[in-house]
Design a protein around this ligand. Structure first.
Ligand SMILES: Cc1ncc(COP(=O)(O)O)c(C=O)c1O
Length: 389
């Protein structure tokens, strides 16, 4: 093993590269989380977070991976045997379904081809049939990290309203918050689930729920067993600037810094930057003559692009070769996409030259792997980034 000079290119769709400013903010002595100066930190972070969720409602922070926040959204709002409508958009929707089933919920899982997002007309049709309102919640993954497909939450909200159905809307934004436009209040979302390690530019280890007034009311009567995840003790403590158990103190310093960075750049600029990098990446993929997994251009993800390799080729061998030769990690194909796709992460603390380097690494890898493809994807992306249209 020789020393790999230069920086590792971490271009998986999360965890993402943590900016130096955030790393430095974490490199601090731990503080007394029950001390007098802790509330100022808690309040500053909660205010900054609400702006990112585009909500004035409550947001809670857990010391956990995103999976914990999935579980929390379910156990706080639902009761054993409640019916939940979910959609097979990919691996993460499938995993969330598994958690709901394990908790004793009745999941109606609408089959999908892992190339499309949730179809709002299917939501409306299914909810319209449910005249007795047996469906208690609709749970959707906003940005399916396994496929690079972004579901249209605003349209799904309208579909629920058109059906005149009272189901709660639960949305996973683990790989979209802080990189793709998201509006908790405007879209009438009841629980938004998020995680620290993607658009928020932090290490893994924090997760979040943004909670509507309706969801909070549901938590008063929900009967699924819950203790660690209960919202109310968290909200009661947060109101005073504290937590019901030990918070991940140094990750909170990091979060404060990351929120400052997002707000300095401006959320709309952050989203525009991701859109531009998504578009440049897609132009590269098309020029290579490869197929973008997402089949509906309206649902292209601006956080990552999943690329299908030609039949008979092995996407994991390509990834291994790129790692070995160019010290770059790309996302593997998950679940049934194993070996069929590689995923290029273009989210988080990222700029034009990092994208150019990433695409160069992919193109060199395609050459070295002997993949059937057309050279010139990098040129197409550079022309776009340079403003040549
Ligand atoms: C969309 C989505 N949901 C849920 C998860 C699970 O989060 P975690 O691995 O932090 O538990 C991930 C992880 O990548 C994800 O991308």
């Amino acid at each position: 093993m020789s020393y790999p000079s230069g920086r590792h290119f971490l271009q998986i769709p999360g965890p993402t590269n943590v900016p130096d400013r955030v790393l430095r903010a974490m490199d601090m002595p731990t503080r007394d989380h029950r001390g007098p100066d802790f509330p100022a930190l808690t309040h500053e972070i909660l205010d900054g977070l609400k702006a990112v969720f585009k909500t004035t409602a409550d947001v809670v922070i857990y010391p956990s991976s995103g999976t914990g926040a999935w579980e929390s959204a379910l156990v706080n709002t639902l009761s054993p045997g409640d019916r939940v409508l979910m959609f097979e958009t990919g691996q993460f929707a499938t995993l969330w379904r598994g958690i709901a089933t394990d908790l004793g919920l009745e999941v109606e899982f609408v089959a999908g081809d892992w190339r499309h997002g949730v179809d709002p007309t299917a939501v409306e049709a299914r909810l319209s049939e449910d005249s007795r309102h047996t469906i208690k919640a609709v749970a959707v993954v906003h940005n399916e990290t396994s496929t690079g497909v972004t579901s249209r939450i605003g349209e799904i909200r309208r579909a629920i309203d058109n059906a005149g159905h009272p189901a709660l809307l639960l949305v996973d934004t683990i790989s979209s918050l802080g990189s793709i436009d998201y509006r908790h209040d405007e879209w009438g979302v009841d629980v938004t689930v998020a995680g620290s390690q993607k658009g928020l530019m932090l290490p893994p280890g924090l997760s979040f729920n943004a909670i509507s007034a309706r969801a909070l009311a549901a938590s008063e009567t929900s009967a699924l067993p819950a203790a660690y995840w209960r919202w109310q003790p968290m909200l009661d403590n947060n109101a005073k600037g504290y937590f019901p158990y030990t918070p991940a103190t140094n990750l909170l310093y990091a979060l404060r810094e990351a929120l400052a960075m997002l707000h300095e750049e401006g959320l709309e600029q952050v989203f525009a930057r991701h859109r531009r990098h998504g578009e440049a990446t897609r132009r590269a993929v098309r020029a290579w003559g490869l197929e973008i997994l997402c089949a509906n251009p309206e649902e292209y993800s601006d956080a990552l692009t999943a690329v299908l390799v030609p039949d008979g080729q092995d996407a994991d061998r390509l990834r291994e070769l790129i790692l070995e030769r160019h010290n770059m990690s790309l996302g593997t194909g998950l679940g049934k996409l194993q070996g069929r796709v590689f995923r290029i992460g273009h989210l988080g603390d990222f700029n034009d030259l990092m994208l150019a380097g990433t695409l160069c690494g992919v193109e060199m890898g395609l050459i070295a792997a002997g993949m059937p493809f057309t050279r010139g994807g990098v040129d197409a992306a550079l022309a776009y980034l340079a403003g040549e249209e």
